[in-house]
Structure formats: C-alpha cells, structure tokens
Design a binder for this molecule. Structure first.
Ligand SMILES: Cc1cc2nc3c(=O)[nH]c(=O)nc-3n(C[C@H](O)[C@H](O)[C@H](O)COP(=O)(O)OP(=O)(O)OC[C@H]3O[C@@H](n4cnc5c(N)ncnc54)[C@H](O)[C@@H]3O)c2cc1C
Ligand SMILES: *[C@@H]1O[C@H](CO)[C@@H](O)[C@H](O)[C@H]1NC(C)=O
Ligand SMILES: *[C@@H]1O[C@H](CO)[C@@H](O)[C@H](O)[C@H]1NC(C)=O
Ligand SMILES: *[C@@H]1O[C@H](CO)[C@@H](O)[C@H](O)[C@H]1NC(C)=O
Length: 485
C-alpha cells in the first residue's frame, strides 16, 4: 500500500518536473526574441497571481506552464509563430471572463496575456473609438460617455471588450444598437501564420464577417475600432431594481410577454431568481432599464409597481454607471473576483410561453427546496428589445440567432466541490425542459456551457462558412480552445 502511494507521488513529481522544464524551456526561448518591455512568468513566480490576468471562473479552465505578457504587436506575432511552429497550445487572455467548458482542452499551454494592450481613444468628430486587445468595458465607458457618446456594453463592466465582441457582446443598449460586434468597424489581428493584418468591410472582408461572432477561432486581436452613437436623453438612463416573492412569478411573466412584438428599443428587462435563506423560498429580482426619459420609463413599469415590490430603487443615471448599479450593484461586486467555480447552463428562447415559464419556475422552486446544493445558484432571464439586433441582417456577420426573445442563464455556483453533480444534473434537466418547449437548442456562444456544439453556437448556415474560413486562415487549428468551429 505504502509503495503504491510512493509510486503515485513519484509519478506526480515526474509529471510536474516535466511541466516545469517545458515552461522553463519556452520561457528561455521566448525571452531571447521578445522586446525588452515584454514579461514572461512561470507559475511559481511571485508576480504570477497579480501581474497575470486570473480567470473569473475556474470551472473547466485552461492550464498553463508559462505566461507571456507581450509589450508590442511584434511580440504577439513572435509568440504566435513560436507556439504554432513548436506545437504548443496557447490562448489569448483579455478580461479573463470567458467560461465555456471548451477551454479545458487547453492543457499545459502558454497564457498570452494581452494586458499591455490597453489604450482607449475616442474621436467624437468621426464617431469612432479604438481600444487595445485587453480593454475592459469599465476602461472605455467613462471616456465614451464623457465624449457624449454611447456603445452597447455588457451587463458586467469587468468583461473584456475584445473577448465579448469576438462572440457578439450584448447589453442594455443592444435593443437600440445591436450586439457590440455590430458596431465593429475594423480589427487588427495576428493570424496563425504570425502575420498582422487589418480586417474591415473593405479589407479581408470575409474574415471580418467571421470575427464578428466567431472571432476566437481566427487570431489574436491587438486593437479594435468601433462606431459610437449619440444616445437619447444625453445618455441618462433609468435603472429600476425591485424584488418579488416567487408566488408573483405569473404576473412577472405576464409583464414580460406583454412586450413581445412591441418592446420599445430603450427597454431591457431582467428577472433573476435566487434562493432566499430567510424566507426559504425563491426570490425574484427585477431589473428594468429604460434608456430614455425617466417619466416614460416609470410609466412603462407601472404594472410592476402595482404589484408592490419590496426594496424598490429607481434611479436616473449616466449610462456609464448602469452596469455597476443594476441589480443593486451585486454583479459589479462579484465581477472583480477571480477563481470561483460556476457551472453554466443556458438556452435562447424565441417566444415567451406563459405556461412553460410557470412550469420552469415551479421546477426551479421545487429543486431549490429539495436540493440544498443548488442554493448558491442564480437563474437570469434577460429580454432585450429586438430592434437593435434587427438593424443588421443575418448575413452581415457570424453573430447568429438575432431573433432571441429571452436569454435564460443558470449560473450554478459551486460552493462545495461535492455539489457539482447535483448542479449538473439540475442544469441539464432545466435546459432540457426549456429546449423541448422551444424546439431549438441554440445558445449565445458567450453564455454556453461548451457541450452544445458549433451549430448551437453559430447556426448551421454559419458553421459551413466559418469552416471554409478556418481552412483559409487557421488550417492547423491553432485557435481552437473557445467554442471551436
Ligand atoms: C460575470 C460575467 C458577466 C458577463 N456578462 C456579459 C454580458 O452582459 N454580455 C455579454 O455579451 N457577455 C457577457 N459575459 C460573457 C463575456 O462576454 C465572455 O465571457 C467573453 O468571452 C469575455 O471576454 P474576456 O476578454 O473578459 O475573457 P477571456 O477569458 O480573456 O477571453 C475569452 C475568449 O476571448 C478570447 N480573447 C480575449 N481577448 C482576446 C484578444 N485580444 N485577441 C483574441 N482573442 C481574445 C480568448 O482567447 C478567449 O477565447 C459575461 C461573463 C461573465 C463572467
Ligand atoms: C501536437 O501536440 C498535440 C498534443 O498537445 C499532439 O496530440 C499532436 O500529435 C502534436 N502534433 C505534432 C505534429 O507534433
Ligand atoms: C408562479 O405563479 C403561478 C401563477 O400565478 C402560481 O400558481 C405558482 O404557484 C407560482 N409558482 C411558485 C413557485 O410560487
Ligand atoms: C439605489 O441605487 C443607487 C444607484 O446604484 C445607489 O447609489 C443607492 O445607494 C441605492 N439606494 C438604496 C436604498 O439601495
């Protein structure tokens, strides 16, 4: 018995020694070629936890033997070339908020931390903003707002704008302006060959089509340029937060369904369900955002106010403050944390079927009551206005599923490792229930679990075109660790 333990330990030792050697070798090779301001870290280095971007969600994450922080574009080109030539896996990291389980296929690779690419420049005269490849929404909201402009940002300000854009990017201004990727004007991107090119409607147009929605498959982005807009009401936005007991879910689903086919482009609706340990039942947090005059916003939510919600908080804020204030600021507080484990199960819904949502709420409520392992989890239902998404045709980019009515997301927080199987089983059943009702298995690529497959992430029509593009730009599959086509 003792011997077996010894053997096992020796094996672990050998494996980690081999990894260390591999990491040290890569570090040595790269150090001799990269510019002097670039940095290379081994996992044992003191700087690793603070100077290298850590992941928000550690569920099924990638593993690294070395991290490289390039200083200039040429460094990025050299790292990509080196990795491709030596068959070493690598992943570009921007905000560190990606969480698809497909990332776990990256084992013992290079973390290509884009943290030095953080410039932001807004040009109000030309209605453009350019950002470096690691800029987060939080870094570009203030300069954009201060210039009197707006752009669709995500609900969490700590998400990387490049990462988000490469899969779409959705938030409260999407009802007006579409996905973040719809506003993309051009991208500077390092291809698998190490070549740095520009993609836009006029240059490398097919690649430009592909990176707007399936971009993680094609290269490392050093910078992006977007359109910005003159927002209504000078960028002032109503944020209304309120809470309801789950018993009122029927009235909330009626409110949600009352907007289908006529949701004002300024209106975003989000219901989050979580377990309240005090009342021992599900609690529903409603977050209503209206990007127009306050009086209009208040009138629109009157049916909800008539239900006498508790903890009502209606504010009128500059749009730059919305992500950090919405939902009582809870998402913003957790946003900057790293290393939590959360299992995602998500479905796109294309209609609001009252009976199905009542049944889904009952299933949630019953499951939370009988299964304590679920009680750290949250289920979010988000309903943006279709207007912004419909401004662009299905053919305009690889961002698919423009007809989504409701994004349903389970964030299955694993507070205790032994809870994972219960969360997985619940998540799969919940997802099945909703998929059966809709007859479609599509999912927004950035909310995906990773087990759904390319057709669900990108649509059948796009997958064919994306694979042809992949054969042109990344035949060897160097960029294949995040929802690969
Ligand atoms: C708490 C939370 C809230 C979220 N809210 C929203 C939301 O409201 N709306 C929304 O649309 N999405 C949202 N997301 C999803 C988010 O858009 C995606 O997870 C996105 O991939 C995160 O990008 P990142 O740069 O932060 O992550 P990373 O993990 O750094 O990157 C994710 C993927 O993008 C690639 N990538 C990042 N930077 C580059 C680059 N410079 N060049 C090439 N590839 C790059 C990575 O290689 C990886 O494949 C949320 C995620 C979390 C965790
Ligand atoms: C590249 O590495 C992978 C494992 O990381 C291995 O499966 C594959 O055979 C390697 N290819 C070559 C050409 O060495
Ligand atoms: C949800 O609402 C319906 C109808 O209004 C109600 O019958 C049901 O009990 C509610 N569900 C829960 C879990 O309270
Ligand atoms: C209401 O929301 C605003 C904006 O986020 C916040 O500053 C304020 O503290 C909130 N008020 C209450 C009572 O929670």
């Amino acid at each position: 018995m003792k011997c077996m333990v010894c053997l096992a330990l020796a094996w672990v030792c050998l494996v980690s020694l081999a990894e260390a050697l591999a990491g040290a070798q890569i570090a040595q090779d790269l150090r001799s070629t990269l510019s002097s301001r670039s940095r290379i870290y081994l996992p044992t280095d003191e700087g690793w936890p603070n100077e290298i971007t850590q992941r928000f969600n550690s569920w099924n994450g990638p593993t690294y033997v070395v991290a490289v922080k390039p200083a200039v574009k040429e460094d990025v080109q050299k790292v990509v070339k080196y990795a491709a030539q030596n068959n070493v896996s690598f992943l570009a990291t921007g905000g560190g908020h990606g969480y698809s389980g497909t990332l776990s296929a990256l084992d013992h690779g290079i973390e290509l931390d884009m943290g030095n690419f953080k410039t932001v420049s807004v040009n109000a005269a030309t209605n453009r903003i350019s950002v470096g490849g690691s800029v987060k929404f939080a870094d570009m909201m203030v300069p954009t707002y201060s210039a009197g402009k707006a752009i669709p940002v995500g609900g969490c300000s700590c998400v990387g704008i490049t990462g988000a854009t490469l899969g779409g990017g959705i938030g409260f201004y999407s009802g007006m302006y579409g996905a973040t990727s719809d506003s993309l004007v051009s991208a500077e991107i390092v291809l698998a060959s190490g070549k740095l090119i520009t993609a836009s409607e006029h240059k490398n147009a097919e690649l430009f089509w592909g990176i707007k929605g399936a971009g993680s498959n094609f290269g490392v982005v050093t910078s992006l340029t977007f359109k910005v807009y003159d927002p209504p009401s000078a960028g002032q936005v109503m944020n209304a937060d309120m809470m309801f007991p789950v018993g009122l879910n029927g009235s909330l689903w009626k409110f949600a369904s009352s907007w289908v086919g006529k949701q004002p482009k300024e209106l975003s609706i989000m219901f989050s369900m979580l377990f309240d340990p005090i009342s021992q039942q599900l609690l529903i947090i409603a977050n209503i955002i209206y990007a127009g005059p306050l009086s209009k916003g208040q009138a629109l939510i009157q049916p909800l106010l008539d239900l006498h919600p508790f903890n009502l908080n209606i504010t009128y804020l500059p749009w730059k403050d919305i992500p950090d204030s919405a939902n009582y600021g809870f998402p913003a507080q957790s946003c900057t944390q790293t290393g939590m484990t959360s299992i995602p199960y998500t479905v796109n819904l294309y209609q609001i079927n009252f009976d199905v949502l009542i049944a889904a709420t009952k299933f949630l409520s019953d499951s939370f009551l009988t299964t304590p392992a679920l009680r750290g989890s949250l289920i979010a239902f988000t309903q943006y206005a279709p207007h912004g998404f419909q401004l662009y045709s299905d053919k305009s980019s690889a961002f698919p599923h423009r007809d989504v009515i409701l994004y349903v997301q389970l964030e299955g927080a694993v507070l205790n490792p032994t809870d994972s199987p219960a969360i997985d089983s619940f998540g799969q059943n919940f997802r099945d229930l909703l998929q059966q009702s809709s007859g479609r298995k599509d999912v927004y690529t950035h909310f995906a679990n990773g087990d759904e497959g390319p057709v669900a992430w990108y649509s059948a029509r796009n997958v064919r075109r994306l694979r042809a593009l992949k054969a042109l730009y990344d035949k060897e599959g160097v960029f294949s660790f995040y929802n690969p086509v």
